[in-house]
Design a protein around this ligand. Structure first.
Ligand code: ZN
Length: 139
């Protein structure tokens, strides 16, 4: 990764670090890695856009785990098993063209309804075939 110049002292470079942070969701406690950047010049600590994105994804992954939803990696695995790209998967299941990229990256949580539909399609091949035909697309 390209070294990022410290925006505060403008002479040092930022290094990514993390600490373990205790989080809570629906009464369940857990620990996530919380990323931040430290300047090797002035020593200041800050969260840049990359840190913020990683931290947000870690929290969403934790919430999915607490709520018993498929993880981003599990959604990706199912989609690959169905031999669909992300856009095709969105045509079959709904959610908009970028839905699967967001589910798989843990950028957003899929709804309970979407989660159930994905599991149903995974368990019953005929459901998958029917969803494909309902989408009106040829796969
Ligand atoms: Zn600095």
């Amino acid at each position: 990764m390209k070294k990022q110049l410290c925006p505060i002292c403008e002479s040092g470079f930022l290094h990514s670090e993390y600490e373990l942070t205790e989080v809570e969701h629906q009464g369940i406690k857990g620990t996530i890695k919380s990323y931040y950047s430290v300047c090797d010049g002035c020593g200041c600590e800050q969260a840049n856009a990359t840190d913020a994105r990683q931290n947000k994804r870690a929290m969403i992954a934790f919430k999915k785990q607490v709520q018993g939803l498929l993880t981003g990696a599990e959604v990706r695995k199912l989609r690959k098993q169905w031999q669909l790209n992300q856009r095709e998967a969105a045509r079959v299941f709904g959610g908009g063209p970028v839905a699967f990229s967001k589910y798989e990256a843990d950028d957003v949580m899929q709804s309970d309804a979407m989660d159930k539909l994905l599991r149903l399609a995974a368990e019953i091949p005929a459901v998958m075939e029917r969803l494909k035909s309902l989408s009106g697309q040829a796969f």
